[in-house]
Every structure is written in C-alpha cells, then in structure tokens.
Design a protein around this ligand. Structure first.
Ligand SMILES: Cc1cc2nc3c(=O)[nH]c(=O)nc-3n(C[C@H](O)[C@H](O)[C@H](O)COP(=O)(O)O)c2cc1C
Length: 165
C-alpha cells in the first residue's frame, strides 16, 4: 500500500461509487465489519477533502461507525464484485462477513484496511445527521425509499489518508 494524493484521482466519481461500489468498514472494540455502499460522494467541506456516506439505521455497520472515530472506505477490484454483493446482503450482526468473504485486514490499523482493496480511504468522522421526513423538499423520496422508516444517517468524514495498492 502506498499513500496517494486523493485530489489527483482522475477517475469518474459517479462510476467509482455508483457502479464499482465501496465498502464502508469500521471497528468497535474487538468487532470489525464492513458493508457495501453505492450512495455517497467525495468532495470538499470545511476546507477539507471529505467523503459523504449514508448508512441506514438498521445496518450493523452503523453501530460500529457510531462507536468509533474513524472509518475506512475501500474500493475493490472488479473481480471482487461477488464479495461486494455478499457484503451488501448479509449482516455482520449474524455472521463474520470479513472472514467468510476471505478478505484480509492489514495489521497495524485500527479500522479495516483490506489487502485486496485497490484504493482505501482512511477517514475521520466530522459530522453525522439523521435524515428526517420533515426535511425532505421532494417528498416523493420518502415514499420511494423510506416506507419502512429506515432512514439514513449522513456522515461527513475527512479523508486523512488515501492508500493505493
Ligand atoms: C450495491 C449495494 C449498495 C448499497 N448501498 C448502501 C448504502 O449506501 N447505504 C446503506 O445503508 N446500505 C447500503 N446497502 C445495503 C447494505 O450493504 C446491506 O444492508 C448490508 O447487509 C448491511 O450489512 P451490515 O448489517 O453488516 O452492516 C447497499 C447494498 C448493495 C448491494
């Protein structure tokens, strides 16, 4: 893994997040877990390079994210798409997804940094806000996405380090 300057990334962020997908990883105490995410963004906030992450209330990963200061955002190679599909369906609440998917966490980090990841962002939480029905300007989104009341929390996280394989 080598450190790279994330501002020099010249890939299309819509493809990277929306089509390649990412893994949101977190560790709380002895527990590490990761889940697939394809909604979010990369940008600038408060003069810092940040990622915007959206995690629904029901996700086990949310418990770990809320219980730690840092998270990782990992982009996997195309041949790990099946792993991402699994990580986006099973829950770490019931099984050890990282072991089952044969991903390897690199030692020495306090959050999941995977050997298999092409690009890993080590991030520090700056801001978290629960989405609420009354805040939607386009109310059609409530019916479309939140019929079960399982709202997202938005996290703005500072990208402290970008590591490339
Ligand atoms: C392609 C894809 C994208 C997803 N994007 C998100 C997302 O952005 N936010 C979210 O909360 N869940 C998202 N999910 C669902 C979670 O990954 C899924 O519920 C997962 O099982 C949660 O795992 P956990 O309980 O171990 O945290 C996505 C799933 C897939 C397959």
């Amino acid at each position: 893994m080598q450190k790279v300057d994330i501002t020099k990334m010249n890939e299309n962020v819509f493809t990277k997040i929306g089509k390649q997908w990412m893994l949101i990883g977190a560790t709380k105490g002895e527990k590490s877990n990761a889940m697939t995410a394809s909604w979010g963004g990369l940008g600038i906030m408060w003069g810092k390079e940040v990622a915007y992450i959206f995690i629904r209330d029901s996700r086990y990963t949310k418990e770990l994210v809320d219980g730690s200061d840092k998270i990782s955002v990992s982009f996997m190679p195309e041949d790990k798409k099946n792993v991402l599909a699994y990580m986006g369906k099973a829950s770490g609440r019931y099984e050890d997804k990282i072991t089952k998917s044969n991903l390897h966490m690199i030692e020495g980090y306090d959050i999941p940094v995977f050997e298999e990841s092409e690009l890993t962002l080590i991030c520090k939480k700056l801001y978290a806000q629960d989405m609420k029905a009354e805040c939607f300007i386009d109310e059609a989104q409530i019916e479309k996405w939140y019929g079960d009341n399982d709202y997202h929390t938005m996290y703005v996280v500072e990208i402290l380090e970008a590591l490339e394989k």
